[in-house]
Design a protein around this ligand. Sequence first.
Ligand SMILES: *Cc1c(COP(=O)(O)O)cnc(C)c1O
Length: 398
Amino acid sequence: MRQLPIYLDYNATTPCDPRVVEAMMPYFTDAFGNAASRNHSFGWQAEEAVDLAREQVATLIGAGPEEIIFTSGATEACNLALKGVFETYAAKGNRAGGEAGHIITSNIEHKAVLDTCKHLEKTGADITYLEVNENGFPDLSELEAAIRPTTILIALMYANNETGTIMPIKEISAIAKKRGIIFFTDATQAVGKIRVDVNKDGIDLMSFSAHKLYGPKGVGALYIRRKNPRVKITAQIDGGGHERGIRSGTLNVPGIVGFGKACMICMNEMEDESTRIKILRNKLENNFLHSGEADLNGDKDQRLPNVTNISFKYAEGDALIRSISKNIAVSSGAACTSATPEPSHVLRALGLNDERAHSSIRFSLGRFTTEEEIDHVVKEVNDTLEELKKSRSFIQNV
Ligand SMILES: *Cc1c(COP(=O)(O)O)cnc(C)c1O
């Protein structure tokens, strides 16, 4: 018997893979040492486990282990990248004419980036927010035109969390490199789902998170390039000098071990898993799109394999999501903003009006999604749409 509710919100968070939990377990009890304890075997054991995890995390993204800084998640990694670069390099802006450092980003970034940029604006940063077209892509000639002598950083996400749209990362990094500007990408949704390689992709700084790839919550990483060029950032948390002084604080050893294990599983299983999930995703969305009563948001092709973001034409605002949400866990935009009734800033940026944005649903599938679940979701959504239509024509007829 299928279990309800059905979880289709993997872009908000994923369950831990049981293999990840198993790898973590010893580090809560027997192997509980502090990885910074240098004088006894408890410390060495913990340090060894962290070293292995650092290798595993680095391997998944084609980096070296010395280029990984563990954090409490992607939000912290985004803060560290943006604030850390601004503090280190803003002087370049000052020299170039009294202006503080200039940063280029987009208006479809996650709040972890957008809110940090807003904070930096208050402390003197100049920020350009690129707009995107209806498929969710920034215009690369606009990106080039936005570059100033004072530009110190381009910050553009790898794949959007709401639509799954994958950005032209190689083209963006080539523009940054040509102009000698650091390129940071928030790859929290991409890592573990598609092949990300910091060298092939030309990435200087990159944030990602364990709980979006079947690892535990509260652990993530910032990749920091060590050569060609060597990127320097200023620490945002001081005390103890952990993580080469860039992020102090006792390491979350079980969390980091779980993150490493989760990365290894993705490394080995990504291709097969993506193929399977994409077939289910396509089955789900084709059912809605073929009815002619639904539209896809974002790009159909340059897209993560697990996401579909759909506007339902006759759903009357959030009536559809409200009535299915007892049995189906989906999102009406970013989880972080769904507590507020405002339409998603991403869907607005794609040019959707409020009505269409409100009637949009993000379905995000994952490792434990089954075909039976997808069949159930199709049926329940279609039944609910029928009911909504009936009640509306009833209202119109009285
Ligand atoms: C989930 C997410 C974050 C935040 O990650 P946390 O580890 O939960 O802090 C940042 N950016 C994107 C694109 C995300 O999807």
